[in-house]
Design a protein around this ligand. Structure first.
Ligand code: ADQ
Length: 489
């Protein structure tokens, strides 16, 4: 192996996720350029001083040749990353197939994709086989790099089979697993042909974490109803072995957002945006363009609001920033055209020669531009149909300490459990209710906005990503110690 490093003094944390936090571009036979992509997980772990984190995952590129693999492994080692090489066929079946076509919609209560439902049903077995194979490949790499005392933290629905593979290698390995999406009701999980095998594999971990208490409860009921195991207040018990199950709500690096507002470039951007939208209230949506985010529903609710409140038509603008994802998948292409069609229709209906009510961008914004947008927003609209947590709602609150804007938040986002008292909670499927909540938000008194913001800001400021990661890992250490004590007694 090409990965070498001095032995650290701090406890090593092996973070295993489907994707490494880098994008890799091949520059020659044995040369690569890498760029760190700062997602929530990376930021969370960068701030954790107690552990020394290394990443294990797929680099997102197909590297069939040995020279390329060795060169990429060397380049990644400098970023404390270790690659798992997956070939195109495995990626197709495991990642596009089982993970994104089956688990993702199911865990978000969306059912299987409508168009190829039967085909998907027929390919369950082969896709699940590829899923297990890919998870085994991740396990092989983890096992190769594991040193006694390391903590192994597996992430998300892509790697539900991993805890079992790891424990088969070494039953003393400290293994935690965290799910970033919702875990659905056991009635939904029950429909998966591989339902029992997946649950048993996750249960091989020492600690299993979810964003909310509800998801944890759903998981425990799936284990009791489907596997017939015993649920306890601590987790799930199987023949005397306890798997701890608990809620660990993620947060953001709030100080990074607060500090960004002081950066001159952000200040300039804020000034420009204020001038550009002067005389109008700014409403904002920032989402990946995914089915779960409820973007068409949000825009239809905005249309209803404009329909029913004609005096607001030239006094409000909705900025919808949508990062395209999975652009090669027909279902997602259809979603994109649907959104474009609705936006076009509404702008045609309510726009004037000089202004349109909706600005829709199909792209990602850089960090500073995003912070400026959050800061000038009067009302943020997060209308996910389901969302594990939703960090956009946290980021908006972090950037609003001077403006004290209003957050309209779906009751089906995990964040509703932490920001619910300060936000206006809505059922995103109920367009009339969302339209009413837009009016309520736009006309809310300063005192009420201040009170709601204070609640949410205090939460976002104290429940940070770093605190989330530290809590999970120290609970994992404690859980293993307690289990050892129990077996000695
Ligand atoms: P996501 O579904 O990606 O994450 P979310 O939690 O909102 O959803 O995080 C998205 C991140 O991407 C945010 O940091 C946001 O700033 C950024 N982003 C989104 N649109 C952007 C745009 N147009 N331009 C720039 N940046 C943009 C999954 C789960 C969530 C869970 C997280 C973390 O689906 O429910 O909260 O993991 O566990």
């Amino acid at each position: 192996c090409e990965y070498q490093d001095a032995r650290p003094l701090r406890q090593r944390l092996l973070v295993v996720a489907n994707r490494l936090p880098v994008s890799a571009v091949r520059r020659g036979e044995d040369s690569w350029s890498l760029e760190i992509s700062a997602g929530g997980l990376v930021t969370a772990l960068l701030g954790v001083k107690e552990f020394e984190a290394r990443w294990i995952g797929w680099a997102g590129v197909n590297v069939p040749d040995e020279i390329g693999q060795k060169a990429l492994t060397r380049a990644l080692a400098e970023k404390r990353c270790i690659p798992v090489f997956l070939d195109e066929e495995i990626v197709h079946q495991y990642y596009n197939g089982y993970c994104n076509n089956i688990l993702w919609p199911l865990f978000h209560y969306l059912g299987l994709p409508q168009e190829d439902r039967l085909a998907t049903t027929r390919s369950f077995q082969s896709q699940f086989a590829a899923y297990k194979k890919a998870n085994q490949m991740f396990a092989d790499v983890v096992n190769k790099h594991y040193e006694e005392g390391d903590v192994v933290w597996c992430h998300d629905y892509h790697l539900m089979f991993l805890p079992k593979c790891l424990k088969e290698y070494n039953s003393n390995m400290k293994v935690g697993w965290f799910l970033h999406t919702p875990f659905p009701s056991s009635e939904i999980h029950r429909t998966l042909p591989s339902r029992s095998e997946l649950l048993r594999s996750v249960l091989a971990a020492d600690l299993v974490g979810f964003h909310t208490y509800d998801y944890a409860r759903h998981f425990v009921s799936a284990c009791t109803r489907i596997l017939g195991l015993e649920g306890t207040p601590e987790g799930v018990e199987d023949q005397g072995r306890l798997t701890r199950v608990a809620a660990f709500p993620i947060g953001i690096d709030s100080d990074r957002f607060i500090r960004a507002l002081e950066v001159p470039q952000v200040q300039d951007h804020i000034k420009e945006l204020k001038e550009r939208f002067s005389g109008r209230k700014v409403m904002l949506g920032v989402d990946r363009l995914d089915m779960i985010k409820g973007i068409p529903q949000k825009i239809l609710a905005f249309e209803k609001f404009l329909e029913e409140n004609s005096h607001w038509r030239d006094k409000v603008v909705l900025l919808q920033i949508a990062v395209p994802t999975r652009t090669d998948v027909p279902e997602y292409q259809k979603l994109t055209s649907q959104v474009h069609e609705i936006v076009g229709r509404i702008n045609g209906r309510f726009g004037t020669l000089t202004a349109v009510p909706i600005h829709h961008l199909d792209r990602s914004l850089d960090f500073h531009a995003l912070c400026a947008l959050y800061a000038v927003t009067d009302v943020a609209l997060v209308t996910s149909l389901r969302d594990g947590m939703n960090l956009v709602s946290y980021e908006f609150v972090a950037c609003q300490d001077s403006k004290k804007g209003v957050l309209i938040l779906s009751e089906f986002a995990g964040a509703a459990q932490s920001l619910g008292a300060g936000a206006i909670l809505v059922n995103p499927w109920n367009i009339t209710e969302v339209a009413d909540s837009i009016r309520q938000a736009l006309t809310m008194s300063c005192e009420e906005r201040e009170k709601r913001h204070r609640h949410n800001f205090a939460h976002v400021k104290t429940h940070t990503a770093q605190e989330w990661a530290e809590t999970f890992v120290s609970e994992l250490n404690d859980t293993v110690i307690e289990a050892q004590l129990r077996t000695r007694q």
